[in-house]
Ligand binder design. Structure first.
Ligand SMILES: Cc1cc2nc3c(=O)[nH]c(=O)nc-3n(C[C@H](O)[C@H](O)[C@H](O)COP(=O)(O)O)c2cc1C
Length: 343
Protein backbone atom coordinates (compact mmCIF):
# COMPACT_ATOMS: atom_id res chain seq x y z
CA UNK A 1 0.00 0.00 0.00
CA UNK A 2 1.25 3.45 -0.86
CA UNK A 3 2.11 5.55 2.12
CA UNK A 4 -0.08 8.66 2.04
CA UNK A 5 1.90 11.61 3.26
CA UNK A 6 0.00 13.93 5.51
CA UNK A 7 1.95 17.18 5.58
CA UNK A 8 -0.31 20.22 5.32
CA UNK A 9 0.98 21.04 1.83
CA UNK A 10 0.21 17.54 0.57
CA UNK A 11 -3.24 17.57 2.12
CA UNK A 12 -3.87 20.87 0.39
CA UNK A 13 -2.67 19.55 -2.94
CA UNK A 14 -4.95 16.52 -2.62
CA UNK A 15 -7.96 18.64 -1.76
CA UNK A 16 -7.31 20.98 -4.71
CA UNK A 17 -6.42 18.24 -7.23
CA UNK A 18 -9.86 17.98 -8.82
CA UNK A 19 -10.31 21.75 -9.17
CA UNK A 20 -6.78 22.25 -10.48
CA UNK A 21 -7.23 19.45 -13.03
CA UNK A 22 -10.50 21.02 -14.17
CA UNK A 23 -8.88 24.43 -14.63
CA UNK A 24 -5.57 23.12 -15.95
CA UNK A 25 -3.74 25.17 -13.31
CA UNK A 26 -1.37 24.21 -10.49
CA UNK A 27 -3.67 25.39 -7.73
CA UNK A 28 -7.46 25.59 -7.64
CA UNK A 29 -7.65 29.35 -7.06
CA UNK A 30 -9.50 31.43 -9.63
CA UNK A 31 -8.88 35.16 -9.87
CA UNK A 32 -12.48 36.37 -10.10
CA UNK A 33 -13.06 38.59 -13.13
CA UNK A 34 -13.26 42.24 -12.12
CA UNK A 35 -14.35 44.77 -14.75
CA UNK A 36 -11.50 47.18 -15.67
CA UNK A 37 -9.14 45.42 -13.21
CA UNK A 38 -8.94 41.89 -14.66
CA UNK A 39 -7.20 42.72 -17.90
CA UNK A 40 -4.15 41.10 -19.48
CA UNK A 41 -1.58 42.06 -16.81
CA UNK A 42 -3.40 40.79 -13.74
CA UNK A 43 -4.88 37.76 -15.53
CA UNK A 44 -1.50 36.64 -16.89
CA UNK A 45 0.16 37.24 -13.51
CA UNK A 46 -2.39 35.04 -11.72
CA UNK A 47 -2.03 32.23 -14.28
CA UNK A 48 1.78 32.52 -14.31
CA UNK A 49 1.81 32.21 -10.51
CA UNK A 50 -0.08 28.90 -10.69
CA UNK A 51 -3.64 30.18 -10.24
CA UNK A 52 -6.31 30.67 -12.88
CA UNK A 53 -6.78 34.22 -14.18
CA UNK A 54 -10.08 35.27 -15.75
CA UNK A 55 -10.45 38.23 -18.14
CA UNK A 56 -13.45 40.46 -17.33
CA UNK A 57 -15.08 41.22 -20.67
CA UNK A 58 -17.66 43.53 -19.07
CA UNK A 59 -18.96 45.90 -21.74
CA UNK A 60 -16.00 45.34 -24.14
CA UNK A 61 -16.78 45.05 -27.85
CA UNK A 62 -15.79 41.80 -29.60
CA UNK A 63 -12.81 43.66 -31.13
CA UNK A 64 -11.57 44.78 -27.71
CA UNK A 65 -12.00 41.28 -26.25
CA UNK A 66 -10.10 39.86 -29.23
CA UNK A 67 -7.18 42.21 -28.48
CA UNK A 68 -7.32 41.50 -24.73
CA UNK A 69 -7.18 37.73 -25.20
CA UNK A 70 -4.31 38.07 -27.68
CA UNK A 71 -2.52 40.41 -25.24
CA UNK A 72 -2.98 37.94 -22.39
CA UNK A 73 -1.65 35.07 -24.50
CA UNK A 74 1.43 37.14 -25.20
CA UNK A 75 2.08 37.34 -21.44
CA UNK A 76 1.33 33.76 -20.42
CA UNK A 77 1.33 30.29 -21.91
CA UNK A 78 -0.77 29.03 -18.97
CA UNK A 79 -4.55 28.52 -19.16
CA UNK A 80 -6.88 31.40 -18.34
CA UNK A 81 -10.61 32.01 -18.71
CA UNK A 82 -12.93 34.72 -20.00
CA UNK A 83 -15.93 36.08 -18.07
CA UNK A 84 -18.85 37.19 -20.24
CA UNK A 85 -21.94 39.00 -19.02
CA UNK A 86 -25.18 37.37 -20.19
CA UNK A 87 -26.89 40.74 -20.88
CA UNK A 88 -24.20 41.81 -23.35
CA UNK A 89 -25.99 42.57 -26.65
CA UNK A 90 -23.18 40.90 -28.63
CA UNK A 91 -22.85 37.82 -26.42
CA UNK A 92 -22.69 35.39 -29.35
CA UNK A 93 -19.99 37.42 -31.11
CA UNK A 94 -17.98 37.40 -27.88
CA UNK A 95 -18.40 33.61 -27.65
CA UNK A 96 -17.07 33.38 -31.21
CA UNK A 97 -14.03 35.47 -30.25
CA UNK A 98 -13.32 33.06 -27.36
CA UNK A 99 -13.63 30.12 -29.79
CA UNK A 100 -11.25 31.77 -32.26
CA UNK A 101 -8.62 31.91 -29.51
CA UNK A 102 -9.51 28.45 -28.21
CA UNK A 103 -10.19 29.82 -24.74
CA UNK A 104 -10.62 26.71 -22.57
CA UNK A 105 -13.03 28.09 -19.96
CA UNK A 106 -15.85 30.60 -20.27
CA UNK A 107 -17.50 32.00 -17.14
CA UNK A 108 -21.02 33.34 -17.68
CA UNK A 109 -22.13 35.98 -15.18
CA UNK A 110 -25.35 37.91 -14.75
CA UNK A 111 -28.01 35.21 -14.77
CA UNK A 112 -28.91 31.91 -16.40
CA UNK A 113 -27.26 31.22 -19.78
CA UNK A 114 -29.49 32.71 -22.51
CA UNK A 115 -30.96 30.26 -25.07
CA UNK A 116 -28.30 28.78 -27.31
CA UNK A 117 -25.32 30.19 -25.40
CA UNK A 118 -24.52 26.98 -23.52
CA UNK A 119 -24.46 24.95 -26.75
CA UNK A 120 -22.44 27.64 -28.51
CA UNK A 121 -19.78 27.69 -25.77
CA UNK A 122 -19.59 23.94 -25.28
CA UNK A 123 -19.86 23.28 -29.01
CA UNK A 124 -16.62 25.21 -29.37
CA UNK A 125 -14.95 22.81 -26.95
CA UNK A 126 -14.79 25.23 -24.01
CA UNK A 127 -15.86 24.40 -20.50
CA UNK A 128 -18.70 26.48 -19.12
CA UNK A 129 -18.69 27.82 -15.56
CA UNK A 130 -21.79 29.57 -14.16
CA UNK A 131 -22.71 31.32 -10.91
CA UNK A 132 -25.22 29.46 -8.74
CA UNK A 133 -26.93 31.88 -6.33
CA UNK A 134 -29.19 29.18 -4.82
CA UNK A 135 -29.40 25.37 -4.57
CA UNK A 136 -32.35 25.05 -6.97
CA UNK A 137 -30.47 27.06 -9.59
CA UNK A 138 -27.30 25.02 -9.01
CA UNK A 139 -29.24 21.82 -9.77
CA UNK A 140 -30.91 23.39 -12.80
CA UNK A 141 -27.56 24.57 -14.19
CA UNK A 142 -26.04 21.11 -13.75
CA UNK A 143 -29.03 19.50 -15.50
CA UNK A 144 -28.60 21.88 -18.40
CA UNK A 145 -24.98 20.76 -18.85
CA UNK A 146 -22.85 23.37 -17.08
CA UNK A 147 -19.36 22.01 -16.30
CA UNK A 148 -18.65 23.79 -13.01
CA UNK A 149 -20.22 26.28 -10.63
CA UNK A 150 -19.13 29.33 -8.67
CA UNK A 151 -21.05 29.83 -5.44
CA UNK A 152 -20.63 33.45 -4.42
CA UNK A 153 -21.93 34.98 -1.22
CA UNK A 154 -22.86 38.54 -0.34
CA UNK A 155 -19.50 39.28 1.32
CA UNK A 156 -18.06 39.63 -2.20
CA UNK A 157 -17.22 42.83 -4.00
CA UNK A 158 -19.26 43.97 -7.01
CA UNK A 159 -22.79 42.73 -7.78
CA UNK A 160 -24.06 40.50 -4.98
CA UNK A 161 -26.94 38.27 -3.98
CA UNK A 162 -28.69 38.31 -0.61
CA UNK A 163 -27.13 35.21 1.03
CA UNK A 164 -23.75 34.84 2.76
CA UNK A 165 -20.98 32.60 1.47
CA UNK A 166 -21.01 30.36 4.54
CA UNK A 167 -24.73 29.62 4.21
CA UNK A 168 -24.60 29.05 0.44
CA UNK A 169 -21.62 26.72 0.88
CA UNK A 170 -23.46 24.68 3.52
CA UNK A 171 -26.61 24.49 1.39
CA UNK A 172 -25.07 23.79 -1.99
CA UNK A 173 -21.82 21.84 -1.50
CA UNK A 174 -23.26 18.67 0.09
CA UNK A 175 -25.89 18.39 -2.66
CA UNK A 176 -23.89 19.00 -5.82
CA UNK A 177 -20.13 18.98 -5.15
CA UNK A 178 -19.81 15.38 -6.28
CA UNK A 179 -21.47 16.09 -9.60
CA UNK A 180 -19.45 19.07 -10.81
CA UNK A 181 -16.52 21.06 -9.40
CA UNK A 182 -17.78 23.92 -7.23
CA UNK A 183 -15.66 27.00 -6.54
CA UNK A 184 -16.59 29.06 -3.48
CA UNK A 185 -16.27 32.86 -3.63
CA UNK A 186 -16.98 35.88 -1.47
CA UNK A 187 -15.19 37.10 1.62
CA UNK A 188 -12.12 34.88 1.35
CA UNK A 189 -9.05 36.70 2.61
CA UNK A 190 -6.96 34.03 4.30
CA UNK A 191 -5.85 30.50 3.50
CA UNK A 192 -7.59 29.02 6.53
CA UNK A 193 -10.92 29.88 4.90
CA UNK A 194 -9.78 28.19 1.69
CA UNK A 195 -8.91 25.05 3.68
CA UNK A 196 -12.33 25.18 5.34
CA UNK A 197 -14.27 25.36 2.06
CA UNK A 198 -12.12 22.59 0.55
CA UNK A 199 -12.93 20.42 3.57
CA UNK A 200 -16.62 21.12 2.96
CA UNK A 201 -16.33 19.73 -0.55
CA UNK A 202 -15.38 22.72 -2.69
CA UNK A 203 -13.09 21.92 -5.61
CA UNK A 204 -11.49 25.33 -5.25
CA UNK A 205 -12.12 28.98 -4.55
CA UNK A 206 -12.45 32.30 -6.37
CA UNK A 207 -11.07 35.54 -4.97
CA UNK A 208 -11.38 39.07 -6.33
CA UNK A 209 -10.81 41.73 -3.66
CA UNK A 210 -7.54 40.14 -2.51
CA UNK A 211 -5.97 40.64 -5.99
CA UNK A 212 -6.91 44.28 -6.59
CA UNK A 213 -3.75 45.63 -4.92
CA UNK A 214 -1.40 43.20 -6.65
CA UNK A 215 1.64 44.95 -8.08
CA UNK A 216 0.60 43.66 -11.51
CA UNK A 217 -2.94 45.13 -11.20
CA UNK A 218 -3.39 48.26 -13.32
CA UNK A 219 -5.92 49.75 -10.87
CA UNK A 220 -5.14 53.43 -10.19
CA UNK A 221 -2.90 54.15 -7.18
CA UNK A 222 -5.84 55.93 -5.50
CA UNK A 223 -8.00 52.82 -5.91
CA UNK A 224 -5.32 50.66 -4.30
CA UNK A 225 -4.81 53.19 -1.49
CA UNK A 226 -8.54 53.18 -0.74
CA UNK A 227 -8.40 49.38 -0.45
CA UNK A 228 -5.37 49.41 1.83
CA UNK A 229 -6.99 51.98 4.15
CA UNK A 230 -10.42 50.34 4.31
CA UNK A 231 -11.77 47.88 6.84
CA UNK A 232 -14.50 45.27 6.36
CA UNK A 233 -17.27 47.58 7.57
CA UNK A 234 -16.45 50.19 4.90
CA UNK A 235 -17.47 47.77 2.12
CA UNK A 236 -21.23 48.29 2.09
CA UNK A 237 -24.06 47.11 -0.16
CA UNK A 238 -25.96 49.70 -2.22
CA UNK A 239 -29.56 50.34 -1.23
CA UNK A 240 -32.59 50.09 -3.49
CA UNK A 241 -34.70 53.21 -3.06
CA UNK A 242 -37.69 52.37 -5.23
CA UNK A 243 -39.53 49.03 -4.97
CA UNK A 244 -40.63 49.32 -8.60
CA UNK A 245 -37.07 49.52 -9.81
CA UNK A 246 -35.31 46.34 -8.71
CA UNK A 247 -31.58 46.91 -8.80
CA UNK A 248 -29.01 44.24 -8.05
CA UNK A 249 -27.08 45.46 -5.00
CA UNK A 250 -23.41 46.30 -5.44
CA UNK A 251 -20.84 46.09 -2.63
CA UNK A 252 -18.37 48.98 -2.71
CA UNK A 253 -16.49 51.25 -0.33
CA UNK A 254 -18.64 53.94 1.25
CA UNK A 255 -18.10 57.31 -0.52
CA UNK A 256 -19.93 60.22 -2.19
CA UNK A 257 -20.47 57.94 -5.21
CA UNK A 258 -23.05 56.09 -3.12
CA UNK A 259 -25.14 59.28 -2.96
CA UNK A 260 -24.77 59.74 -6.71
CA UNK A 261 -26.18 56.26 -7.17
CA UNK A 262 -29.20 57.14 -5.05
CA UNK A 263 -29.74 60.24 -7.21
CA UNK A 264 -29.38 58.13 -10.38
CA UNK A 265 -31.99 55.67 -9.12
CA UNK A 266 -34.39 58.56 -8.43
CA UNK A 267 -33.84 59.91 -11.94
CA UNK A 268 -34.43 56.52 -13.57
CA UNK A 269 -37.47 55.79 -11.35
CA UNK A 270 -38.98 59.13 -12.38
CA UNK A 271 -38.39 58.38 -16.06
CA UNK A 272 -40.11 55.04 -15.46
CA UNK A 273 -43.08 56.83 -13.80
CA UNK A 274 -43.42 59.23 -16.67
CA UNK A 275 -43.38 56.37 -19.17
CA UNK A 276 -40.20 57.69 -20.75
CA UNK A 277 -38.38 54.35 -20.40
CA UNK A 278 -39.37 50.68 -20.20
CA UNK A 279 -38.28 48.54 -17.24
CA UNK A 280 -35.59 46.69 -19.21
CA UNK A 281 -34.13 49.97 -20.41
CA UNK A 282 -34.29 51.39 -16.87
CA UNK A 283 -32.32 48.44 -15.52
CA UNK A 284 -29.80 48.69 -18.33
CA UNK A 285 -29.29 52.37 -17.49
CA UNK A 286 -28.47 51.34 -13.91
CA UNK A 287 -25.94 48.75 -15.14
CA UNK A 288 -24.32 51.31 -17.46
CA UNK A 289 -24.13 53.67 -14.52
CA UNK A 290 -22.11 51.11 -12.54
CA UNK A 291 -19.77 50.35 -15.42
CA UNK A 292 -19.02 54.08 -15.82
CA UNK A 293 -18.65 54.68 -12.10
CA UNK A 294 -16.26 51.73 -11.71
CA UNK A 295 -14.13 52.95 -14.60
CA UNK A 296 -14.00 56.40 -13.04
CA UNK A 297 -12.53 54.93 -9.84
CA UNK A 298 -10.33 52.11 -11.22
CA UNK A 299 -8.86 53.92 -14.23
CA UNK A 300 -9.23 57.66 -13.49
CA UNK A 301 -8.59 57.30 -9.76
CA UNK A 302 -11.68 59.28 -8.66
CA UNK A 303 -12.37 57.20 -5.57
CA UNK A 304 -14.69 59.83 -4.12
CA UNK A 305 -17.30 59.97 -6.91
CA UNK A 306 -16.61 56.69 -8.69
CA UNK A 307 -17.53 53.21 -7.50
CA UNK A 308 -14.82 51.50 -5.45
CA UNK A 309 -16.27 47.98 -5.65
CA UNK A 310 -14.74 45.91 -2.87
CA UNK A 311 -15.64 42.87 -0.80
CA UNK A 312 -15.64 42.63 2.98
CA UNK A 313 -12.23 40.92 2.83
CA UNK A 314 -10.83 44.36 1.94
CA UNK A 315 -9.72 44.75 5.57
CA UNK A 316 -7.25 41.92 5.00
CA UNK A 317 -5.63 43.77 2.09
CA UNK A 318 -2.82 45.66 3.76
CA UNK A 319 -0.19 46.31 1.10
CA UNK A 320 0.68 46.23 -2.57
CA UNK A 321 2.54 43.01 -3.38
CA UNK A 322 3.09 40.68 -6.34
CA UNK A 323 0.43 38.11 -7.19
CA UNK A 324 2.93 35.32 -6.53
CA UNK A 325 3.40 36.56 -2.95
CA UNK A 326 -0.37 36.79 -2.37
CA UNK A 327 -0.91 33.24 -3.63
CA UNK A 328 2.10 31.88 -1.71
CA UNK A 329 0.76 33.38 1.52
CA UNK A 330 -2.73 31.98 0.93
CA UNK A 331 -1.36 28.52 0.17
CA UNK A 332 0.93 28.61 3.23
CA UNK A 333 -1.98 29.58 5.46
CA UNK A 334 -4.19 26.86 3.96
CA UNK A 335 -1.48 24.21 4.37
CA UNK A 336 -0.86 25.33 7.93
CA UNK A 337 -4.58 25.03 8.74
CA UNK A 338 -4.67 21.53 7.24
CA UNK A 339 -1.51 20.48 9.08
CA UNK A 340 -3.60 20.65 12.25
CA UNK A 341 -6.29 18.29 10.91
CA UNK A 342 -6.39 14.72 12.12
CA UNK A 343 -6.47 13.24 8.59
C1 LIG B 1 -13.86 45.70 -8.41
C2 LIG B 1 -14.63 44.43 -8.69
C3 LIG B 1 -15.21 44.25 -9.94
C4 LIG B 1 -15.90 43.05 -10.24
N1 LIG B 1 -16.41 42.87 -11.50
C5 LIG B 1 -16.98 41.67 -11.82
C6 LIG B 1 -17.41 41.40 -13.16
O1 LIG B 1 -17.26 42.23 -14.05
N2 LIG B 1 -17.98 40.19 -13.42
C7 LIG B 1 -18.13 39.23 -12.44
O2 LIG B 1 -18.63 38.14 -12.74
N3 LIG B 1 -17.74 39.46 -11.17
C8 LIG B 1 -17.14 40.65 -10.85
N4 LIG B 1 -16.68 40.84 -9.57
C9 LIG B 1 -16.73 39.71 -8.59
C10 LIG B 1 -15.42 38.90 -8.65
O3 LIG B 1 -15.27 38.21 -9.86
C11 LIG B 1 -15.34 37.84 -7.53
O4 LIG B 1 -16.31 36.84 -7.71
C12 LIG B 1 -15.50 38.45 -6.15
O5 LIG B 1 -14.64 39.56 -6.05
C13 LIG B 1 -15.15 37.39 -5.08
O6 LIG B 1 -15.38 37.89 -3.80
P1 LIG B 1 -14.29 38.71 -2.95
O7 LIG B 1 -14.26 40.07 -3.54
O8 LIG B 1 -14.85 38.67 -1.59
O9 LIG B 1 -12.97 37.99 -3.11
C14 LIG B 1 -16.02 42.05 -9.24
C15 LIG B 1 -15.46 42.26 -7.97
C16 LIG B 1 -14.77 43.43 -7.67
C17 LIG B 1 -14.14 43.60 -6.31
Amino acid sequence: MNQISNSGAERLQRRMARGAAFLGSEIAVMGGAMSWVSERNLVAAISNAGGFGVIACGAMTPELLDAEIAGTKALTSKPFGVNLITMHPQLFDLIAVCAKHEVGHVVLAGGLPPAGSLDAIKGNGARLICFAPALALAKKLIRSGVDALVVEGMEAGGHIGPVSTSVLAQEILPEVAEQVPVFVAGGIGRGAAIAGYLDMGAAGVQLGTRFVCATESIAHANFKKAFIRASARDAIASVQIDPRLPVIPVRALKNAGGELFTAKQREVAQALDEGKVEMAEAQLQIEHYWAGALRRAVIDGDVEHGSVMAGQSVGMVTKEEPVAAILAQLMDEAAHALEKRVA
